[in-house]
Design a protein around this ligand. Structure first.
Ligand code: IDP
Ligand code: MG
Length: 139
């Protein structure tokens, strides 16, 4: 079954939105197979966002994602990657549709509440960054 990595970002934790976000994703039938709270360090942030290392917002993004704890989750389900991206909405909350997580809760293009893997290949790589094999459950 397809897996995707979700990060509930620092702004969502600080605003008490964790339960709301997990509920939305569970309600569409996605299965939670791994979860942890952690404070991402600079090295992990730089690795996770390596694709953006030459962008003007890279340093700011690394500072943001390391500014407070996050929740990392692996969700499993049919077309999990695509379903989660659709439920997240566009990167910029101002452009994200109402009813999407970013559209409903995001504050600006950086502080946009949630990360979700953008392809199955990326998901496999990202899952390895955040979870050990024995932290992922099947049930
Ligand atoms: P995504 O999260 O929708 O896949 P990406 O383009 O991969 O969007 O960007 C990764 C993250 O970097 C975004 O979720 C957001 O937090 C931040 N980001 C993207 N574009 C900008 C920008 O123009 N300014 C500041 N931060 C940005
Ligand atoms: Mg992306």
């Amino acid at each position: 079954m397809e897996k995707s990595l979700v990060l509930i970002k620092p702004d969502a934790i600080q605003r008490g939105l964790v339960g709301t976000i997990i509920t939305r994703l569970e309600k569409v039938g996605l299965k939670l197979v791994a979860i942890k709270m952690l404070h991402i360090d600079k090295a992990l942030a730089q690795c996770h966002y390596a694709i953006h290392k030459d962008k003007f917002f890279f340093n700011s993004l690394v500072n943001y994602i390391t500014s407070a704890p996050i929740i990392a989750i692996i969700f499993e389900g049919k077309k999990a990657v695509e379903v989660i991206r659709k439920m997240m909405g566009a990167t910029d909350p101002a452009k994200a549709e109402a009813g999407t997580i970013r559209g409903d809760f995001g504050l600006d293009i950086e502080h946009n509440i949630i990360h979700g893997s953008d392809s199955t290949e990326t998901a496999t790589e990202e899952i390895k960054l955040f979870f050990l094999e024995d932290e992922i459950f099947s049930y």
